[in-house]
Design a protein around this ligand. Sequence first.
Ligand SMILES: [Zn+2]
Length: 713
Amino acid sequence: MIRSRVHLFLTLLSAGVLLCSTLAGQAATSVYVTPDGGLYALAVSGPDTAENALEALSSPPYAAPDGRALNSAILPGTHLLSLQISDDRAVVDFTRDIIGDGLDEARLEAIHTQVRFTLEINGGPASVSILAAGKDLYEHLPPLNPVPANTQGRPPVRLAAGTLAGKIITLSPGHGLKWSGSSWTTDRPVYCAPLNQEDYHNLEMGIYLETHLLEAGATMKTNRCTNKSYGNHAIGEPWWHMGPSAWLQHKGYPCSVYANYTGDCTLGTGASEATDNIRARGLASNYDGVDIHVAIHTNGYKGDCVGSGCPSGTGTYYDSSSSHAAWGAVSLDLATRIQNAVISAVRTQYPDSTWKDRGTPDFAGSNSETRVPQRAAALIEHGFHDTCDRDAVYLQDNFFKSLSMWAMYKGICDYFGVATTWGMYSSELISHDIPTSLKAGQTVQAHITMRNHGVLWNSDRQFRLGAVGESDPLSAATRVQVASEVAPGNSVTFTLTLTAPSRPGTYVTDWQMVRDGYTWFGDVVRQFVVVEAVDSVPPEIAFVTVTPNMAAPGDSLLVEVDATDDRSLASVTVEGLPMSHVSDRIWSRTISAAAGLGGHSLAVTATDTSGNSTPATGTYTVAGILWASGQSLNQDDIIALLAGQYLFSTWGRVTSVTVDGFALQGANGETVQVRAPGHTFGQGHFVAARGRWDGNATPPALICQPQHVRRLD
Ligand SMILES: [Zn+2]
């Protein structure tokens, strides 16, 4: 009978309480337990005193006024021996009946939670020591089973530049799935449905805290899986849902760490492993030889509470019991630093200026997580997950969780006497592609990538990329929105639309992260941008020459273009083919004459570096070839008539030579002048020449390209 009752409380630890508020203030109120693991506060008969409320804890009524069953972790027959209150601390002494036939961590924590909240409702302090016939109740726990030495010793110190380099920290996000004796269950139900569940939002807060501690160079030991992408446990649940026992087993810790109470090294069979799941947290810290142990929890007490009377705020607990006495003072220091930093951050930066400071109470041995670690240990109870219109809403807000965990990180740095490596608002420039020059009026899209090292950014909390000085010569808009949440450690890329002014000159565009209404922060992107005047003047083409301008089909033609621009030419083409830039103004290319007889034109285009272009045309004629003697070329009127339509070929001996040409004497002694600059013939050579007849010369001459003059002998 008693044993089955005890098992009811194995999952209970500061769970929510439902308060029957109609009787509040008229009678003493006691806090009981509901079958789903919640708490329930109920007015009890008798005088309105804390003593009466505590005495009533061992005899819950069969059911609450709303019909739900009520139980208690304080066993039937237990009586209050004394209550002493001094210096914000209560000492509650019960008869030995409270021990029953055994005590474990889970029931001890449940007893403490019932007593603590019963005292709080009746006006008592939050630090509570619980005794059984004058002896600390936790002294009645079965002793911890010995844990073998860590064969790897203290883990190697991580070399990092952060201010926490060399520090080893246990991060313990509370709860997670554990074996209840019949199934794998969470420690807490969902409160304020569909809002939150402590087992999981503790873990999500832990991820934020771990990020800051890692970025500060600390070596982290986590009691649960903080990587949501890690995959699933064999039971099919994501690893990040699992409690400390399952995770520490997976990470290779000895069975005496993760199953210290039951000794069930395989986990998931037999009796409840709730106490294993609790003890494992502090034992892992001892095994790892860490510097500090920090635990993250949220509070519960009234159960789905709405309205101004609901509990709210943050407290950070420590332990000064005899089994943790050597660490009591440093633990209080750690708890105080964390508490002060978190209260300050929530009040000024969330902001909720009335967020309640619930102080740094002493667990006085009743909580394993602050008692077992033989080192500084602190446990934050951050908000009430069952206060549905305030704390529970906050706990669903990633900014609240992130802000709180940055503050917890700050408190840890304060404890170690070091500065934070990255501030609450921290932004590191990763890259940007703002151009160094633009044309007047030109619009471009540029990108700036920032990494967040501080609290989470989102648009709801006024985080933006802002124009420094509230104006920018290249952008009318002075803010770029954060499209989605940017968690600490993550990067975000902003896209800016920049438009160059119409007036040429050098401009500065500069951007920085801002939380509007709070502060500008982090790296500044500052870029000088040279704005050039728009070039609307096209190139000029002075002439196009085609040499020769009368040719036979397929002859090579040299096209030359004289082109200039007020800035710079990008290209000159003929018939779409690129020309070579051969000298200051001259571009050239060799092409083949067309096959068809008659006049032809060549399309020439000059283009500048701004894309302005100018067209021009070159012309040439494709002609047939007539064979004619020197006599005919000198005397025949028909030659003069045909000269515009035909090329002429002739032959004979070279009789006299100049640099530019030579005289050619035919078989009948007639002579014709041939102009062929660069020729290599001497007197007596027998030569054929083809060219264009020039009747204006005296005597008339044949004008030839060098390749159309050849020796025949
Ligand atoms: Zn908790």
